[in-house]
Every structure is written in C-alpha cells, then in structure tokens.
Design a protein around this ligand. Sequence first.
Ligand SMILES: Cc1cc2nc3c(=O)[nH]c(=O)nc-3n(C[C@H](O)[C@H](O)[C@H](O)COP(=O)(O)OP(=O)(O)OC[C@H]3O[C@@H](n4cnc5c(N)ncnc54)[C@H](O)[C@@H]3O)c2cc1C
Length: 525
Amino acid sequence: LLLLIGLPVALVISITRSQHPHTGEAGNTILSDFPDSTDGLFKGGPSINIWNELKKSLSEYNSTLTGPIIDNEYMETCEIFDNNPYMTAAESTCLQFNECRFKFCLPDLNAGSNLPTFVANVRSEKAIEVAILFASENNVTISIKTTGWSFKGSSTAYGSLMVLMNTFPKDGTILNKYKNSCGSSFPAAVAVGGGEWVDDVLEEVGDQYFTAFVPFTRALGVAGGFLQGGGVSLTSRTYGLAIDQVIDFRVTLANGKTVLADQCSNHELFWALKGGGGGTFGVVTKVHYKLEPKTSFISLHFSFFGGDVAHAQGDGEDYTKAIKEWLRFWIEKSPHLDHRWSGVFSSTYCYLFFFGPRDDATFIDEFNDWFNNDLNQLYLSSSKWGASLPKIEYHSSWYQYRGGSSAFRNPYSILESYIPNLWSVSSRLMEYDEVVNAPEDTLRFLMELSFTGTTWNSPNFLLGGKVSEVSVNDSSIHPMMRRSLWAIYIFESEGQKVLKKHFKSKENACLFNFHSVAEQNRQAF
Ligand SMILES: Cc1cc2nc3c(=O)[nH]c(=O)nc-3n(C[C@H](O)[C@H](O)[C@H](O)COP(=O)(O)OP(=O)(O)OC[C@H]3O[C@@H](n4cnc5c(N)ncnc54)[C@H](O)[C@@H]3O)c2cc1C
C-alpha cells in the first residue's frame, strides 16, 4: 500500500522538476538569464546587479539564490501542484499550501500575491547573516520558511527575500550531560538544526531516548513556527509544551549577528522565543531539546462509529444520547486525570496515553466501568452503529509507536494530516475553571459543536498537567495556555460560528502560531 501511494508522488516530483523552472531549487532560473532591463520585475526593490552580489556572497557559503519569482509565470505553472501536498510541504515549491492552491495560484481569483521575489537556499549560519544584512541594507522584507505549514501564510511575504530553511544542515547530535550557559547540566539533549522537521528528529533520536516534544504531524518544522508558537503535542499534559523542553536557541538577529539565547545568556530573548511566534525575533538556526529516558506507555483508544447509519435507521436520538453520555463522562473526569495522562479527544473518540505502570492507570478501570455499565447498557443496542470496545495497548517504544524507521520520509506518514480542502482552522482554549465550575454549560457547548455542520472530530488536545505547572513568567506564551484544560479545534465554518458564540473573549484564540505579530488575524477567527 505504501509503495502504491509513494510511487506516483515521486514521479510527479521528477517530472515537474524538469518542466517548470520556478518550482524549486533544482533547475531553477539563474539570475544571469535576466538582462538589466528586467529591473521592473523586482517590485521597486534592488536592481539585478545588487541581487547578483547577494547571489555571489551566498555562493561563498555554499548557498544559492533562486528567482526572481514572477507572479504571472508562477501562476501559469502552479496548477500542476493542485492536489499535491507532498510537493508543497516537502519540496517547498508552492509557497504556502493553503493560499497557493486556493487563492494566489489561480489567476481567475485575482487575489494578489504573497510570493517572495527571491529565495535564499541557506546552508550555513553565515549565509543567513549575509541574507539578513543584505535585506536590511536594501530595505527588503525578509520572510522565513521551513515547511510553509503556517495557517496564515506568515512564512511568505510579497516581494520579500525568503530565507528557506529546508536546505539548512540537519544536526541530530545527541549529547549526554549537556550544559547550558549557566552551567546547569541536562542528562541528555538533542541538537536540532533550524530547518528540521519532526520527521528528522524522530529518526535521529530513534529508540535511544524519548522525544516528548514532537507533535503528531511529521512534516511540521521542529524549530520554527511550531516551537516558537508554544508547541502542543500528544504528550504535552505529561511533559509540557515543546517550549518547556528547550534548553537553548541559536538565533540570527535582524542586525545580522548570531547569538545564543538561554537561561543565562540573552535571557529576555530566550523568554521571547518561547511563545512569541515564528519569524518574530530572528532566524532560529539551532535548538537543544531535552531528551527523556526511553519509556514504555499505555494507550487507550475508543471511538464511536456509524453515526450516519444511526440517523438513517431512526436511531438518531439514541446516538445523540450516547455522544452526550461520553461528553458528560469526559467533562467530569478529564479535569482530574493524573498528570501522566496525555492525548487528544473529540465528540466521537479519544486517543489517550499513560506514562506509568498499569496499576497507577486507574482511569482505565473507570473508563471500562463507564463503558460497560453506563454507555453500553443504555444506548448501544445496534450492531450497525455504536462504540468500539475500549482498546488498551502496551507499548515499549515511542519511536516504534510513531512508525519506526519505515515512517521516515514516507509520503504516507508525512501526509498523515493532509486535509484536502481549504483549511479554515479555528481554535480556542477552554479554561480549567470554566469546565469545572460550569459543567452543564460546557456540555451544552460541546453538544452544539458536535451536531452543527459536519461532525466535530478534529483532535482536541488535553492540556493542564505539566503545561500548567510551568510559571506563566517562564515563557512568552499567552498565560491562558497555562490555565487551560483543553485546546479545541474546528475545521469548518458552521462549527466556527458555535465557537464564536460560546467564546466572547478573543483571548481564547491564542493558540498554535497565533502569538506571532504576523498572525494577528487570529482575532478574525
Ligand atoms: C496539518 C497541521 C498540523 C498541525 N499540528 C500541530 C500540532 O500538533 N501542534 C502544534 O503546536 N501545532 C500544530 N500545527 C500548527 C503549526 O505549529 C503552525 O502552523 C506552525 O507555524 C508551523 O511551523 P513551521 O515552521 O513548520 O511552518 P512555516 O510555515 O515554515 O513557519 C511558520 C512560522 O514560523 C517562522 N519560521 C519558520 N522557521 C523558522 C526558523 N527557523 N526561525 C524563525 N522563524 C521560523 C515562519 O516565518 C512563520 O512565521 C499544525 C499545523 C498544520 C498545518
């Protein structure tokens, strides 16, 4: 199955590389192809000669400059990427998947462009410094891109010089007794290059340690917007946000200097990078993350099935009651779960993980009791719809659970979160107190969300636990993140209206990369 999926994708990449000059570094148009008279193409920016100087300087650091990207040509060639997210995420050809596919690549929408003029494919810190100094001397906007997964397209900007981190060297060195600049020692750490993906770091660390900071989506950058926006993962409740697991950053600043930021060096910058949003303070070139000892864990998975069938065969009322029963149970139990529980839930499922011995995982017994006595007995009488038996599994390795070596750069794994529609993500934080003090209101809200528009089944993260133990002053993440119980997501417009109705304050929208100044549109969500 994997081969079948992988093969056509690889084929498309090789064909488009040779056919389309503006679609990637390989075979891209070189600057010398353009005579001086093309200056008008550069959107009022520096002349071709000046760009050529940058190209030359970058080449001294093994780095290249591609472009200029000319909107019209780009639009003509862009349709080929329709429906091809591997190209957009992995090859950085389409500059921002959402915007490119649905707005800026289709000339008839005439929506303007967010494409940069040139792309610096940087391969060293020195090259980044050169690019930044060039931009500041010539009054050119810098955009920084690792994967282009930013929901709002903050990794690209019209007329900018894009610093593309995809080409930046990977690191992956594992260090024992790593010391920060205060001299504090950490038992184990991994050095991650500024352009690495989750996929890279999972493979680099392998089975030696436990990477408690990585999110579910393997194609996300692990040092860029994900991290600097806070970094929520399947294990956050137990181990904290990704920013809570960072020891230090190396960052190239707007003045072209690269500095270390940690507890004792550039402490305010360290604080700012932990939640201030990707691309806000500089280009992150390296991160040292803490590594946890390899650990076994237990997973608990449960899901409803056949909602449509239930409605079609006249059992809609019972199905609705069953969902309500689940949400009522979850609202009652989730605020008080042991901190060793982490995971995600929705109206129709939960994927939970327990990092500790079975004897301590008493929630499994409560869950089974509830399932057998309250849910199953009361509502689940049909074989065509209902809920699967809770599945309890024991795992010895997080790396293997995440797919092991066969998941690395596997198109199927990388695309695991591909959503084949215009992404219109809304997210809200649900505060602990709100759930505990007003369980009936919470239930009404979740029920409305569950039965408005399409089924509300996006993964909603369980927060609290370790996330709430970290002081709000330790990072620049919005304080609400530290006092929330859940992060709620919705991907379609009807559900978004329910979110807006329930959450009157705009503060609750402070999720994902929405902390960044470039993401200020969050309030419109
Ligand atoms: C399918 C999908 C699943 C997601 N799942 C999760 C999840 O589980 N948990 C979670 O917390 N978030 C998740 N997100 C949100 C994600 O964290 C943000 O979209 C984030 O901005 C992506 O960061 P990136 O570096 O990969 O993307 P990019 O689009 O490349 O960059 C995002 C921002 O960071 C900046 N940036 C990138 N690299 C650097 C760098 N090296 N130095 C400085 N700035 C940089 C860019 O300029 C831009 O502003 C998900 C997003 C998608 C699309």
